[in-house]
Design a protein around this ligand. Structure first.
Ligand SMILES: NC(=O)c1ccc[n+]([C@@H]2O[C@H](COP(=O)([O-])OP(=O)(O)OC[C@H]3O[C@@H](n4cnc5c(N)ncnc54)[C@H](OP(=O)(O)O)[C@@H]3O)[C@@H](O)[C@H]2O)c1
Length: 280
């Protein structure tokens, strides 16, 4: 049995679907039961912020996809270890490697999970293409995108690729069972196939819609005011740091998606084709 936490999110939903399609026995976990699940998948309610609520869910599982939820990574990792789970894929963030001070939350998760399950595989994604769904209301209303740092290029990743990586690793782990897997103890950097600027992404939305979409550059202060409405100020500042002054490692396109999946990472245009109705 493979347990998927964060099962209804951008990454978890396609991951559950991929595992179920491959014939795996899947338990999907979130705080709120989803309206729909692929056939054969069972759902369990649990709260990652209350690790005890996971104890019974993970007991005896072959493998686990761990969403970093809640403030107690060490307690959560202990519950996973006590359940005898040998294979863990942790969803982390590129920032854990590039800015461990700003992204200490993820660094703490990585450390706690590795201490409990040394063979755990860590996925460190760049920014998600789904973040640009925040532009959908203004694109629908006035064919306009407002964003800061219009000319700074970053290789945003399609969460479907993070899910595909996790599925490949979890299924390989299930196949190899107690034997070592090539993914044991590996940190993968998960990015898109090309670095695009916000201006490029706005143009791609216009091209997909067949109508021009205007790009309006926000000041960093305007962008910060929007971000602090949905995230704590230190995270907003770290996010603006990446968006405005990315480090060389944050601009880089990683080969890890291709390495694990044997195909290129999905492009922004491919992601957009799936999500275009949100922008119409
Ligand atoms: N967006 C980015 O650019 C980016 C980049 C790098 C890393 N990340 C990291 O990736 C993660 C986001 O992944 P995502 O986009 O797939 O998430 P998402 O779409 O926000 O979905 C979150 C999922 O986790 C569940 N969940 C949240 N808190 C929970 C809790 N306390 N207990 C149990 N389940 C919980 C949610 O369901 P319920 O709410 O029903 O519980 C849902 O299934 C975050 O950790 C984020 O920091 C994001």
């Amino acid at each position: 049995m493979i347990v998927v936490t964060g099962a209804t999110g951008n990454v978890g939903r396609p991951l559950v679907a991929a595992l179920a399609a491959a014939g795996a026995e899947v338990t999907a976990v979130s705080r709120t039961p989803p309206a729909e699940l692929p056939g054969g998948v069972r759902h369990r309610v649990a709260d990652l912020a209350a690790p005890e609520s996971l104890r019974e869910v993970v007991a005896g599982a072959e493998a686990l996809f761990l969403f970093p939820g809640g403030p107690a990574p060490a307690e959560l990792a202990d519950v996973v270890k006590a359940g005898g789970v040998r294979r863990v894929v942790l969803l982390s963030s590129q920032g854990a490697a590039t800015r461990p001070g700003d992204y200490a939350f993820f660094a703490a998760y990585e450390q706690a999970v590795r201490a409990a399950v040394p063979a755990a595989t860590v996925l460190r994604p760049s920014g998600f293409t789904t973040n640009t769904l925040a532009w959908a209301p203004s694109v629908r209303a006035s064919r306009q995108v407002e964003a800061p740092f219009g000319d700074v290029a970053l290789p945003f990743v399609d969460p479907a690729d993070i899910a595909a990586m996790a599925a490949a690793i979890l299924l390989d782990s299930a196949r190899t069972n107690a034997r070592p897997s090539a993914h044991d103890g590996v940190d993968y950097e998960v990015t898109g196939p090309e670095a695009l600027t916000p201006r490029d992404r706005a143009a791609a939305i216009g091209a997909a819609l067949g109508e021009p979409v205007r790009f309006v550059e926000q000041t960093p202060a305007q962008a910060r005011a929007q971000l602090v409405a949905v995230m704590p100020p230190p995270i907003a500042d770290a996010t603006l740091g990446v968006l405005g002054s990315p480090l060389p490692a944050e601009r880089r396109v990683s080969a890890d998606v291709h390495r694990v999946l044997g195909r290129p990472a999905r492009s922004y245009a491919e992601w957009l084709a799936d999500f275009l109705p949100a922008f119409r």
